[in-house]
Design a protein around this ligand. Sequence first.
Ligand SMILES: *Cc1c(COP(=O)(O)O)cnc(C)c1O
Length: 424
Amino acid sequence: MTHSLTTRKLTHQYLIPTYGRFDLEIVRGSGSRVWTETGKQLLDFGAGIAVCSLGHAHPEVGKAVAHQCTQLLHTSNLYYTRPQAELARQLINIVGADGKVFFCNSGAEANEGLIKLTRKFGDAKRYEMITFQGSFHGRTMAGISATGQEKVKKGFAPLVPGFVHVPYGDLEAVRAAIRPETAAILVEPIQGEGGIRIATGQFLQGLRRLCDEHNLLLLFDEIQCGLGRTGDWCGWKSIAGESVIPDGIAWAKGIANGLPLGAFWVSSRNCTDRGALCDLLGLGSHGTTYGGNPVVCAAGLVVLEVIEKENLLKNALELGAYCREELRTIQSPAITDIRALGLMIGIEFGIALDSLLPSTPEDPRPPATRLAMALISEGLLAIPAGERVLRFLPPLNVTRFEIDEAVEKLRRILQTPGSVLSHP
Ligand SMILES: *Cc1c(COP(=O)(O)O)cnc(C)c1O
């Protein structure tokens, strides 16, 4: 009987209505493209929110996952499993500094782990974490408490105590916020949900210096910007090179091409009288049932391997720069800024977009969302960040041809005289 109901109807009837979804049902993907249930093809420059780094249905990911499923899908962390140990070793290679890794299931949980590490590090005397306005750190209670955006917190008080938010990029504000209770600074080297805001090298170096002076942990949320997205394995290294080494890193999104996996890394540096930082979360102090199971880790391993083998860091860097230059050729007063690091690309729009795509009483959604809808009608998926920024986050193996196509679609919307999509 349920067969006769559309997916949209079933979703509205049976799913808790937390998501504002675009009116699109996706059934299949291949590379940088997806298809809807009616056979419409779209170029996917969202990649599942910076997740599908190798694109959709990559044959090597499919093969590795399918093979692991025939061997062992899950055993819990009561036992040793090879893919988990191998992936941890690979991730530590990527950081280029000694440390250890914990596997979880999502970005929010990776940050949650760093928050718990901070509390252990503070040893009941220090507990406070400095985070930034416009940041996004996930939807758990500690995640929304850490996040510097009011909209995710509304209705969920009381929040987890111990978080202060200061303006992004403002070193003096950070210095002024440090108190005897402060234990850590958590920062996105490039803010994703906040609209592709890129920290400067000076800012990251300054944070490191403040952390050293005050014995604080420097924690990087690389969930969106990490693992190749910016053209470097480490988002912060595209900005500050080897001049900064954090004490902890959270990863998720790009780590396993869509299988649910998150991880955090902790430095092995000594923390005063209590041994290595990475051993502070000791036996029995943290855990998860699924975290780092053999299948998701097999996917993670093949993702890292293919990025290396196919030179995709270089591709992300070069095609990111190419995309930025092509976007700059769009003659539109609506574009007020283009910010990009590798294939983490943000296009900011001013008030001129509102007259091009006016909101209506039936559709009061913000301009960036209306633009994303207009682009869907052109056959392009892109992702809004806040009210006025549109993100391009294509797979790392995107081609020049696909970038040309995406830029042309955006150009068509922005340069069509009158409002292409205003309701008749
Ligand atoms: C997406 C994201 C998160 C949350 O990850 P989930 O997997 O959705 O829990 C946290 N931090 C940043 C920077 C993100 O982009």
